[in-house]
Design a protein around this ligand. Structure first.
Ligand SMILES: CC(C)(COP(=O)(O)OP(=O)(O)OC[C@H]1O[C@@H](n2cnc3c(N)ncnc32)[C@H](O)[C@@H]1OP(=O)(O)O)[C@@H](O)C(=O)NCCC(=O)NCCS
Length: 182
């Protein structure tokens, strides 16, 4: 497994790098998790984690990546940590299925990085031998819904009221992408 997965120039002319994590990335990860948790945006994390919680999470990420149980890509823009994307492999009867999640710092959204990150996660999932990708999305997250449909994800359905977000109960959209034809 190569450490660096992709380098490219974003739509705004920024140099972007995707790579697998190293144990020395903890400070970047923790700072990002605190900022995105405080932002209260379209992700499951709705408050900043404690340092211990993030430590346990990051330790599990490094272990699962080494054991090829997860894909985890760190995003750097002009050398600054800008976000991450992951694919978690299922267990048992779901071992052929990967669940995707990604988020970027607000300053680095809207310049094509999320789309490239999704493409890299899909490529890495194929390398891992996964057959199917799934993800869920808040029904009010217009840029993300657009991005997933643009990349060929199909909508399986919506669970109404599944997510408590900013004082309302909103729908959770379920997407899937088959990686094999049969
Ligand atoms: C979702 C996210 C990862 C997307 O990454 P990004 O780098 O901002 O996305 P991109 O710039 O590659 O693409 C966004 C697409 O949405 C489109 N878009 C932007 N605002 C939109 C809107 N209000 N309605 C519809 N489409 C919109 C853009 O035009 C672009 O499409 P295009 O490539 O066809 O022009 C990023 O915005 C993010 O981290 N958001 C917060 C966390 C989050 O929502 N994570 C996903 C959870 S499901």
């Amino acid at each position: 497994m190569s450490d660096i997965v992709k380098r490219f120039t974003s739509k705004k002319g920024n140099e972007v790098l995707f790579r697998y994590p190293k144990v020395t990335d903890f400070a970047d990860m923790f700072s990002f998790a605190c900022d995105i948790g405080s932002e209260d945006t379209f992700i499951a994390l709705d408050t900043p984690p404690t340092e211990n919680e993030e430590h346990d999470f990051f330790e599990a990420v490094i272990r699962e990546v080494n054991e090829r149980e997860s894909i985890y890509l760190m995003v750097y823009v002009q050398g600054a940590f800008a976000g991450n994307g992951r694919v978690n492999r299922g267990k048992g009867r779901h071992r052929h299925v990967g669940n995707i999640g990604l988020s970027l710092r607000s300053a680095f959204r809207g310049e094509g990085i999320g789309t490239e990150l999704m493409k890299s996660l899909i490529d890495e999932a194929r390398v891992l031998g996964l057959r199917l990708l799934t993800l869920t999305c808040f029904e009010t997250n217009a840029p993300a819904l657009h991005m997933y449909e643009k990349l060929g994800f199909r909508k399986a359905g919506v669970t109404p009221g599944a997510i408590a977000f900013k004082g309302q109960y909103i729908g959770e959209v379920h997407f899937y992408l088959p990686l094999v034809n049969d």
